[in-house]
Design a protein around this ligand. Structure first.
Ligand code: ACO
Length: 333
């Protein structure tokens, strides 16, 4: 039997920082309101000429270097993004592969918004367990600033840019294996969070609409309630299915959307404070990049050790959701 092991993590946050004070000069808001309602203090914003793939490459280089696996042994690249370099094609994954010098590997993007990283983890696991691939590079990368309406105070305070990447590889050792990944979706809630214009569902026919055609729109309050419910249910289900108690989880790494959502989920699940990873104050919501960026912080702070169990939990536009039970299994101990 072949299993899939989570070997390494890497991330990148662009240099420029957009603070709550900066935003208060752009829209009718305050640092106090944003901090109280979201926990966010600042977010990183990509340079004008910095693309989603540029950020993905930087995160991927770190993840590959830390994996101890030769770049030439990577045989698949998957990117989760809702802010790709190009609207339809080429995929951001093929662009990243080219920039990394992996021009012929299987490469494709998936769109599952903030759940994207959990979705690509499940795909990598399936390809490896089936024997079709051996070393899969997964990347969550977002330039959300390019699809954010900076005149809408309900959304522009939330989002930031960045990327995170991981190498998942085949192992015969069951102890190293990703235990389980759950994913789900319900299109009935599509209108809670969407980019309503520009696609075939609502084509833009006038040039003047093009600039705003990809902006995100969100029913924040309703999204908040569904998020808390879904994230909590996800965790209960994946733990019960695998007969694992919460106290075996060393790091609970939820999608970083809003500190209040994370705290409500943590409380509902009676988690200890030290189990819950929180990076939303400094990165904001980076959608598909948020979980690997948070995980990378734990790693770079020296707090992610070989064999420790991570519980990932995500929720996003679609609606989509997912959770994963993942032991950290680096080759270099
Ligand atoms: N500054 C000041 N006031 C504001 C701001 C702001 N930035 N934004 C909204 N308000 C006002 C509203 O206009 C409203 O005023 P009113 O009472 O006079 O009408 C009041 O504040 C309350 O608005 P709500 O929308 O009810 O505020 P809420 O407490 O719900 O907070 C927020 C809004 C932060 C967006 C919250 O709903 C949230 O975080 N929602 C979830 C977002 C999320 O998790 N998304 C997940 C997926 S993201 C993805 O997939 C890409």
């Amino acid at each position: 039997m072949v299993y899939a092991a989570f070997r390494s993590i890497g991330a990148y946050a662009p240099e420029k920082i957009l603070t709550n004070e900066d935003l208060s000069l752009m829209v009718d808001t305050t640092d106090e309101w944003i901090t109280k309602r979201t926990g966010i203090k600042e977010r990183h914003i990509a340079a004008e000429n910095e693309t989603t793939s540029d950020m993905g490459v930087k995160a991927a280089q770190l993840a590959i270097e830390r994996s101890g696996i030769a770049k030439s042994d990577i045989d698949m690249v998957i990117c989760a993004t809702i802010s790709p370099d190009y609207f339809c094609m080429p995929s951001t994954a093929t662009t990243i592969s080219h920039k990394l010098g992996l021009p012929t590997v299987t490469a494709f993007d998936i769109s599952a918004a903030c759940t994207g990283f959990v979705y690509i983890l499940s795909i990598a696991k399936a390809f490896i367990e089936s024997g079709m691939k051996k070393n899969v590079l997964i990347i969550g990368a977002e330039k959300l600033s390019s699809i954010t309406d900076y005149t809408d105070r309900g959304t522009c305070i939330l989002f930031g840019d960045g990327a995170g990447a991981a190498v998942i590889s085949a192992t015969k050792n069951k102890e190293e294996a990703i235990i389980d990944v759950h994913t789900g979706a319900d299109g009935a809630y599509a209108d809670l969070l969407m980019t309503p214009n520009g696609g075939t569902g609502s084509p833009h026919d006038a040039l003047e609409n093009e600039a705003s055609s990809c902006f995100m729109q969100m029913k924040g309050n309703e999204t908040f309630k569904v998020a808390v419910r879904t994230l909590t249910k996800d965790v209960k289900e994946i733990l019960a299915d695998n007969d694992i108690e919460m106290d075996k989880v060393k790091h609970f790494i939820p999608h970083q959307a809003n500190l209040r959502i994370i705290k409500a989920v943590g409380d509902a699940l009676k988690m200890k404070e030290e189990q819950v990873v929180i990076t939303v104050p400094k990165y904001g919501n980076t959608s598909g990049a948020s979980i690997p960026m948070a995980m990378n912080d734990v790693y770079e702070n020296g707090n992610l050790k070989s064999g420790e169990l991570m519980l990932l939990d995500a929720f996003g536009g679609g609606l989509t959701w997912g959770s994963a039970l993942v032991p950290f299994s680096p080759l270099k101990k």
